[in-house]
Design a protein around this ligand. Structure first.
Ligand code: NAD
Length: 491
C-alpha cells in the first residue's frame, strides 16, 4: 500500500506541499511507517500566513456571537470522532487509548470555555471620568497568530490556543510536531467541517524551516509555542525580536514531596501514574520524588512494586498501562541518563532498560525505572528525562524538602502528599512552581484557569487557556469620548 502523504490546509483548501524533504511518521510501538509529512518550505508557510491575513478583515467584522457558532459544532464533531481521534493519537504518539481519550477531553474543555468569548472579550468603562467625558476599554483581535506544538499531546495542545484565537477574531496558523501530524490533520478537517470560513484556520506541516518562516513573517502578530526549553527560548527570542507577542512553554523537572502523614497507598498510586503514565512524556510528569522522614520506607516499597508490575505494551491492547516512548533516539537518551544517574551514586531499584515487549521487537519501549539516593545536584536529578524514570531523594524535614524542590531552573509543577492542612499551606506558599498539586500528581489546570509554568518552563507573561488566552490574543483600545451637550435639540 502506498504511504499516505499528509497535506497542508491553506486558504480553506487542502494542498500538497512542494517540499523537497519529508519525514516519516512512525508508530512507536512497532516502528512501522504510518504516513509521510512534508517539511514545508518557507515560501509555502508564508503563503499560508498571507491567505490567513486575507481572511482577517471579514472574520474580525463577524459578530462574536457568530464567531463562536463553529466552536459549538467543533465540540460536537470532536465528540463524534473521539474514538477515531484517540486511536490515531495512540498509533502515532504511543500513549494508551485511555490516555489519548483523556487528552482529547481536556482539549474539548478549551473549546467549551472559548465558546464563552462574548463574555470573555468584554472590556470595561467609566462614565464621567471628567464632566461629560466617558472612557471605554475594548478588546480587538491582533490579526494572524501562529502556534507551534510538541509531540506529546497532539489532540489537546493545539486546542489550548486555536479556540481562543479564532473566537477572539484572529486567523490561526498551526504548525504541529512533525512526529504526530496525523491527529492534527483530523482536527483541522473537523474545523473545516465545523464551518470556519476559508483562511481562519490553517495548517502548515514541517519543522524548523516552517517555524522560522512563521517567526519572521511580518504579518504574524503573535506566536504560541509548546516544546522543549531550548527551542522555547529560541522561539521567544526570535519572535519578540521582531516585535511579536510570544508565549513559549518549555520543559520541566517536576518534584513531588511525600510526608510521613500522607495516605501512602493513594500517594503511590497517584505518583506512579504521574511518573510512568504517558511513558513519563508529560510536561507535568513527576520526575523527582522527595520523601520526608519516615515516608521513605512505605513509599519506596510501594513505588518499586508498582514499577515492577506496570504492564507495558501497545496502547490499543487491553490492559496495557504504559506505551513506548516516541523514538528510538529518545529511548537511548533516557537509557544514557539512567546510566549517568548510577555513575553519580544513584541506586537502581528498578531498571527498565533493555526489556522490550513480546511481539513488538521493533518498538521503542522503556519500562518504568526507579533510582534512589541520587545526587540532588547531579545530572539525573536536574535534567528533564521525558521518560518513565522516577528519581528519589530524601529530606529530614518539610523545609529541607521544599528547599530541594526549589533547587531547579524549571517551575512547571510541584506536588505535596500529606494529610496536614498546615503543611499544605506552607508548601503552597513557598514552593517555586506555577502549577501546584496537593495530593495530586498531574496538576493540569482546568481550561478556565491559566496553565501557569514558571522559570525555565515558560517564557512570556500571559499563559495558555482561559482569560490569559483572551488577553494574549487581543489588544486593548481605550477610547475617551466627549459629545456636544445639546442632546435635547430636535432634528
Ligand atoms: P521540541 O522542542 O523538540 O519541538 C516542539 C516544536 O518545535 C515542534 O513543532 C518542532 O517541529 C519545533 N522545533 C523543533 N526544533 C526546532 C528548531 N530547531 N527550530 C524551530 N522549531 C523547532 O519538543 P517535543 O520533543 O516535540 O516535545 C517535548 C517537550 O515539550 C518536552 O520538553 C516537554 O516538557 C515540553 N512540553 C511542555 C509543555 C508545557 O506546558 N510546558 C507541554 C507539553 C510538552
Amino acid at each position: 500500500m502506498p504511504t499516505t502523504e499528509l497535506l497542508n490546509f491553506v486558504g480553506g483548501a487542502w494542498r500538497r506541499s512542494c517540499a523537497a524533504g519529508h519525514a516519516s511518521v512512525r508508530n512507536p510501538a512497532t516502528g512501522e511507517t504510518l504516513a509521510v509529512v512534508p517539511l514545508t518550505p518557507a515560501d509555502e508557510a508564508a503563503a499560508a500566513v498571507e491567505a490567513a491575513q486575507a481572511a482577517f478583515p471579514a472574520w474580525r467584522a463577524t459578530p462574536v456571537g457568530d464567531r463562536i457558532q463553529p466552536l459549538f459544532r467543533l465540540k460536537a464533531l470532536l465528540e463524534r470522532d473521539l474514538d477515531e481521534l484517540a486511536r490515531t493519537i495512540t498509533l502515532e504518539c504511543g500513549k494508551t487509548y485511555a490516555e489519548s481519550e483523556g487528552e482529547l477531553r481536556r482539549g474539548i474543555e478549551n473549546v467549551e470555555v472559548a465558546a464563552g468569548m462574548p463574555s470573555l472579550i468584554q472590556g470595561w468603562n467609566n462614565e464621567d471620568v471628567a464632566r461629560g467625558i466617558d472612557e471605554h476599554l475594548f478588546r480587538q483581535p491582533l490579526g494572524v497568530v501562529a502556534a507551534i506544538t510538541p509531540f506529546n499531546f497532539p489532540g489537546m495542545i493545539p486546542l489550548w490556543f486555536l479556540p481562543y484565537a479564532v473566537a477572539a477574531g484572529n486567523c490561526f496558523v498551526l504548525k504541529p510536531s512533525e512526529r504526530v501530524p496525523m491527529t492534527t490533520q483530523h482536527l483541522v478537517r473537523l474545523c473545516d467541517e465545523a464551518g470556519f470560513p476559508a483562511g481562519v484556520v490553517s495548517l502548515v506541516n514541517g519543522g524548523k524551516a516552517a517555524v522560522d518562516a512563521l517567526l519572521d513573517h511580518p504579518l504574524v502578530r503573535a506566536v504560541s509555542f509548546v516544546g522543549s526549553t531550548p527551542i522555547a527560548k529560541y522561539v521567544y527570542a526570535r519572535a519578540t525580536a521582531s516585535g511579536k507577542r510570544a508565549q513559549c512553554q518549555g520543559g520541566a523537572k517536576n518534584p513531588a514531596i511525600v510526608l510521613p502523614d500522607a495516605d501512602h497507598d493513594m500517594a503511590t498510586r497517584i505518583l506512579a501514574d504521574s511518573a510512568f503514565g504517558c511513558a513519563g512524556q508529560r510536561c507535568l510528569a513527576t520526575s523527582v520524588a522527595i520523601t520526608v522522614g519516615d515516608a521513605k520506607e512505605p513509599f519506596t516499597e510501594r513505588i518499586v512494586e508498582d514499577a515492577r508490575t506496570r504492564r507495558v505494551g501497545f496502547g490499543l491492547d487491553e490492559g496495557v498501562q504504559m506505551g513506548p516512548v516516541i523514538t528510538s533516539e529518545s529511548r537511548d537518551r533516557i537509557a544514557g541518563l539512567i546510566e549517568t544517574g548510577t555513575r553519580e551514586g544513584g541506586r537502581l531499584l528498578v531498571d527498565g532498560r533493555g526489556q522490550g515487549v513480546d511481539g513488538f521487537a521493533d518498538g521503542y519501549f522503556m519500562h518504568p525505572t526507579v533510582v534512589a539516593d541520587a545526587d540532588p545536584h547531579g545530572t539525573l536529578a536536574r535534567t528533564e528525562v521525558f521518560g518513565p524514570v522516577l528519581t528519589m531523594l530524601h529530606a529530614a524535614t518539610l523545609e529541607d524538602a521544599i528547599a530541594l524542590a526549589n533547587d531547579r531552573a524549571f517551575g512547571n509543577q510541584a506536588c505535596l502528599f500529606t494529610s496536614s492542612g498546615a503543611a499544605a499551606r506552607a508548601f503552597r506558599h513557598q514552593v517555586r512552581a506555577g502549577n501546584v498539586g496537593i495530593n495530586l500528581g498531574v496538576a493540569a489546570p482546568m481550561a478556565y484557569f491559566p496553565f501557569s509554568g514558571w522559570g525555565d518552563s515558560f517564557f512570556g507573561d500571559l499563559h495558555a487557556q482561559s482569560h490569559h488566552g483572551v488577553e494574549f490574543y487581543t489588544e486593548t483600545k481605550v477610547v475617551i469620548e466627549r459629545w456636544p451637550s445639546d442632546w435635547t435639540r430636535r432634528f
